[in-house]
Design a protein around this ligand. Structure first.
Ligand code: SIN
Ligand code: CO
Length: 394
């Protein structure tokens, strides 16, 4: 795995700041020759191999005729592939970055967009005319053309659930009005914000890597936040108020409302540190299958010093989700895998180094250990939880 991967080559006149201001979550952007093609190393047969493994989530989508789509879920076997038609099908494998470091390191090319929102890299292989049909996604996506050619059509018209083909598990639009279209060549990247309808059709065999982002909706945020509040609640009961009416015993008085409101207003609100910490934990929560186990042998201080002295690099576990936030003048909080760790602000450079990169360079670690000895305890803790790991034998 190469330790330094080039950043995405944005089109002339657009830099990271103007991309974030003018395109991110707003408008599609086609980026020609934005990535080196030698970064896309997986072959079609290897992708099919992954789709036969139970730990990979995979789908086969076959377009059998007008409005007739067949969707099957993996794991597959060789016989499934040998029965496929000559054209009009595609194989999709999710979360490939979690298992293949050479795929995960492609994410570093996009280090100017919010890293804590990255979901996964899905890889698709399509034979001629294959695709998943016209649809909208609820999240941002960078569609990287890894091999072959694919025609992408997009439409910024608003489509709703009423526009979907009925009775299908896959969300496919029944009608699609093409507003723009391009043929993507290897190395081209198309950015699409959430909600822009798109339809990719392979022209000959092709492979596409999709870097997808997560976005919780209001309902999901509320469900988790209010569940968190419930977990903080005690069993103190509502008492009767002082303004009980002597007549009309079934009347709910203002006093009842006030006492009920007081019971609830004792809970943290969305301006509290409790909310900030809950949010960081929620946003770094992994999918259930991507929990991280501690290493078999615990690291000691001496092990760490020795590893760094011998030039060893450290890297983030491929399942790890990290983010951090400044809480006050003196305190920050590092979030990982749905957990939080409050730290003194002196560790800010160390925390941003760990959270920013998949691979943590030996020299940067050595430098920080010298200037900030507190970094040693933090690294040991993360190593012993499996969040950070040695990348190669030093
Ligand atoms: C694909 O790779 O075929 C699908 C990507 C997408 O439409 O989001
Ligand atoms: Co899509």
């Amino acid at each position: 795995m190469s330790s330094v991967r080039s950043q995405l080559r944005l089109p002339a006149g657009i830099d990271a700041d103007s991309f974030l201001r003018d395109y991110w979550q707003r408008r599609p952007l086609l980026m020609r020759a934005a990535m080196p093609v030698d970064g896309f190393t997986l072959g079609a047969d290897e992708l099919a191999g992954l789709a036969c493994e139970p730990e990979f989530e995979s789908r086969l989508i076959v377009e059998r005729g007008d409005r007739d789509w067949q969707i099957r879920h993996g794991p597959f076997d060789e016989a499934d592939f040998s029965r496929l038609p000559e054209s009009n099908w595609t194989l999709l494998v999710q979360d490939v970055d979690k298992f293949l470091p050479e795929v995960a390191c492609l994410i570093d090319s996009f280090d100017f967009v919010p890293a804590w929102r990255v979901d996964d890299i899905m890889i698709s292989y399509a034979c001629d005319q294959g695709g998943v049909g016209p649809h909208t996604d609820d999240y941002d996506v960078f569609l990287m053309q890894a091999g072959g050619r694919r025609r992408w059509r997009i439409s910024e018209k608003h489509y709703s659930d009423a526009d979907l083909l009925p009775g299908l598990e896959q969300r496919i639009l029944a009608h699609f009005e093409t507003e723009q279209e391009w043929v993507l060549e290897p190395g081209d990247v198309l950015y699409l914000p959430p909600g822009v309808a798109h339809w990719g059709i392979a022209e000959g065999e092709c492979m596409t890597y999709s870097l997808g982002f997560r976005t919780p909706n209001q309902q999901e945020l509320a469900a988790d936040w209010y569940q968190h509040l419930v977990s903080l609640c005690g069993v103190r009961r509502l008492r009767d108020p002082d303004d009980l009416p002597g007549h009309g015993p079934s009347q709910l008085t203002e006093g009842v409302h006030t006492l009920a409101a007081n019971l609830l207003s004792a809970l943290p609100d969305t301006r509290s540190d409790d909310f900030r910490i809950w949010l960081g934990r929620y946003l770094t929560e992994p999918k259930p299958q991507f929990q991280i186990m501690p290493p078999a042998r615990q690291w000691t201080n001496a092990d760490l010093v020795d590893w760094i002295a011998r030039g060893g690099d450290l890297g983030r576990h491929p399942f790890a989700r990290l983010a951090w936030q400044r809480l006050s003048e003196t305190e920050l909080v590092l979030f990982y895998q749905g957990e939080d760790l409050r730290l003194p602000v002196i560790l800010k450079d160390a925390v941003s180094l760990i959270a920013a990169r998949r691979r943590i360079d030996n020299h940067a670690v050595a430098r920080l250990l010298k200037t900030t000895p507190e970094f040693c305890d933090l690294l040991l803790r993360l190593l012993n939880q499996g969040i950070i790991e040695p990348t190669e034998t030093a």
